[in-house]
Design a protein around this ligand. Sequence first.
Ligand SMILES: [Zn+2]
Length: 150
Amino acid sequence: MIRIDREALTAIVAHARRDAPNECCGLLVGKGPAEATAGPAKAGPYVLEAIPCSNGASEPTKRYEISPVDYFAQIRRCRRINEQQSENFAVIGAYHSHPRGTPEPSETDNAQAFRDFVFVIVGLGGAGMQIAAYTLAGDTLTPVPLTVVD
Ligand SMILES: [Zn+2]
């Protein structure tokens, strides 16, 4: 199970709507499974923040690409926070949108996925807005229940 702060979820949906008809993308900052399971209650990654990134893909209506510069900047930012506040934040995932489709992962999404990372997809097409989270199991992105935390 993956937990996500409502504010982060709202930010992802707003970004998806703002960037349509292009796919939007961004990074998910929070606590990884190891840190989250250290607590008394629930296991699984906990997304605290959604960081909007610009989509660097050459065909942004069909693909997304997060720049390594943005990725490294967030890793550095997490490190700073961790040093200053004895926290354990990390870049634990990425999100992107399907402006005309459902949040079902595409072939490209599966091909580009990697282990120990949360992939959140917003679908603006289909039957209204839908949002889903996945992690890689074998070579396929597999849905994981997403719980919103207020
Ligand atoms: Zn996709």
